[in-house]
Design a protein around this ligand. Structure first.
Ligand SMILES: *[C@@H]1O[C@H](CO)[C@@H](O)[C@H](O)[C@H]1NC(C)=O
Ligand SMILES: *[C@@H]1O[C@H](CO)[C@@H](O)[C@H](O)[C@H]1NC(C)=O
Ligand SMILES: *[C@@H]1O[C@H](CO)[C@@H](O)[C@H](O)[C@H]1NC(C)=O
Ligand SMILES: *[C@@H]1O[C@H](CO)[C@@H](O)[C@H](O)[C@H]1NC(C)=O
Ligand SMILES: *[C@@H]1O[C@H](CO)[C@@H](O)[C@H](O)[C@H]1NC(C)=O
Ligand SMILES: *[C@@H]1O[C@H](CO)[C@@H](O)[C@H](O)[C@H]1NC(C)=O
Length: 449
């Protein structure tokens, strides 16, 4: 297949994605179930090698390494969610008294339980397109070096398949041909360390109090009004809606949009204004479960942040000593992995915490999961060498550039491009995960992929 053909097909896919946005339902407010395509533009024009060189303080610098940490792409609902959809349908169908929602009587749950949590076709497309755009933008770094890229993923199907789709897209961008699959190295210590952190398990994961702002929001006036409005719209008799039902309608809406581009079923039960309230509920939950709400959610980033810092330090060492080094490393993990690293880098941090009581004040918040951590969310650091001419480069000759979901974000020097020695990456390598997590004298438990 010729290269033009591939780009043509890619363009068709992209057009399909753009048009998927233009109907009644706002799609970038679906929180953790938001597709990358719904909150990030993957159609803006890009140019070959636009990330390969950069001018910094009057020097021309050339990319030597890119390091990316990803959330897996859009996935099928979990088995529990698939069952809950059917239970909710069974609860509502006999009680709905509004012909507009008669779909509830005939809707058939076609989400395949055998594919629960698996990477969805839309998720494959997300990574494919993100990969092809990056491949083109870093063409000269990657061309001829596609065998010199390190891939790591967690043990789940969705992260492994995400790595493969990304590589296929990257190859398309670099070689004009999608490549045969790679096999990522499986490393849960790097991607699912949150399953191995005692302090996190005890103080957050199994601690209801940690989510008290979330439960307060669910019983608050704003949320109660959504429940009442939804129940009235459906004309429910002999039945009422719980907060969990409302959140399930919201999630099922996202699944219907992703799988079938259907906005006239579950999505039609709620309005965009209501979904923005549900989005805030989800963001509050996320903020305490993964975000800045609890300090361990930042401190726990140790393994992933340290690996990133070590890789960069090693590449600098190898490159400056004219030793072989990997031109790229891509790690495929979960929303937790990406969020913890974002916390560690100080990204998307608001002045105020997300609270049950401050919906209005936080309308323009930075911590908005639909945008910060949708499916396929990614944090990328590009390392550049600014040394030219004779002699070996020294540490001062290297700079780092931060791109988050393909947009520049500030590193701790205050800019998206910093001299390596001005970043805090050298300090990160000293962290000790087991100390941070109070893991000592604990027998390691079974790790569930
Ligand atoms: C998705 O549905 C909307 C109408 O609800 C339509 O405008 C759009 O073209 C559809 N997108 C795709 C990819 O089929
Ligand atoms: C993960 O950590 C455990 C405990 O420290 C260790 O035994 C194991 O070898 C590590 N696995 C990998 C893939 O690094
Ligand atoms: C549970 O969470 C609350 C609120 O964050 C905290 O004050 C409390 O110490 C936590 N409990 C445990 C056992 O860590
Ligand atoms: C109300 O619902 C319950 C259970 O959902 C059912 O047992 C009962 O027969 C219903 N009553 C009427 C009047 O529909
Ligand atoms: C070194 O280079 C070879 C190709 O010449 C590559 O296959 C290998 O992965 C590289 N090793 C490292 C550590 O970068
Ligand atoms: C740096 O070089 C060493 C030894 O040559 C190699 O083992 C290591 O993988 C290299 N590191 C990177 C990040 O390329």
């Amino acid at each position: 297949m010729g290269s033009n053909h591939c780009w043509f097909m890619l363009s068709l896919l992209l057009l399909a994605c753009i048009s998927a946005r233009v109907d009644g339902v706002k799609r970038d407010i679906l929180s953790t179930k938001t597709s990358y395509f719904w909150s990030h533009d993957v159609t803006s024009p890009i140019t070959k090698d636009e990330y390969t060189t950069v001018n910094f303080n009057g020097r021309k610098c050339t990319a030597v390494h890119v390091n990316g940490i990803f959330r897996h792409g859009l996935r099928y609902p979990s088995a529990g969610d698939m069952q809950d959809m059917t239970s909710l349908q069974n609860k509502l169908a006999p009680n709905v008294r509004n012909a507009k929602y008669d779909f509830l009587k005939t809707w058939s749950n076609t989400y395949p339980t055998e594919k629960a949590n698996f990477l969805h076709d839309m998720g494959k497309e997300e990574l494919h397109i993100i990969g092809s755009r990056l491949g083109k933008r870093l063409f000269s770094l990657l061309d001829g070096n596609m065998d010199n890229i390190h891939f790591v993923s967690s043990s789940t199907q969705r992260t492994k398949a995400s790595a493969q789709e990304f590589f296929s897209g990257l190859s398309l961008g670099v070689r004009d041909a999608p490549s045969t699959a790679i096999t990522p190295q499986i490393n849960n210590n790097l991607t699912r360390y949150f399953d191995m952190c005692k302090l996190y398990t005890d103080s957050v994961d199994t601690n209801i109090t940690a989510l008290k702002e979330y439960s307060q929001f669910l019983t608050g006036e704003l949320f109660r009004n959504v429940i009442l409005a939804n129940a009235a719209r459906l004309g429910l008799t002999n039945s009422s809606l719980s907060a969990a039902d409302i959140l399930m309608i919201y999630k099922t809406c996202a699944a219907e949009l992703a799988s079938y581009n259907r906005s006239d079923t579950w999505c039609s039960i709620q309005t965009d204004d209501e979904r923005e309230i549900l989005e805030y509920a989800s963001d509050i939950e996320d903020y305490y479960l993964r975000g800045y709400g609890v300090p361990i959610n930042t401190d726990m980033a140790c393994p992933i942040a340290k690996d990133l810092a070590n890789s960069i330090a090693q590449v600098i060492h190898n490159h400056s000593h004219h030793l072989n080094y990997s031109v790229a490393k891509f790690v495929f993990g979960h929303s937790d992995t990406v969020t913890h690293l974002a916390n560690r880098l100080g990204l998307f941090r608001d002045q105020q915490p997300l609270l049950a009581s401050n919906y209005d004040a936080m309308k323009n918040r930075k911590y908005i999961v639909s945008h910060t951590t949708p499916f396929s969310a990614n944090i990328m650091l590009v390392l550049y060498n600014c040394h030219q001419g004779n002699g070996h480069p020294v540490e001062n000759d290297y700079i780092l550039r931060l791109l988050v979901n393909d947009k520049p974000e500030a590193l701790n020097c205050g800019d998206s491009i910093c001299s390596y020695v001005d970043t805090e990456f050298q300090n990160i390598v000293g962290c000790n995960f087991d100390d941070i997590c109070h893991n000592h004298n604990v027998i390691p438990g079974v790790i569930v992929g």
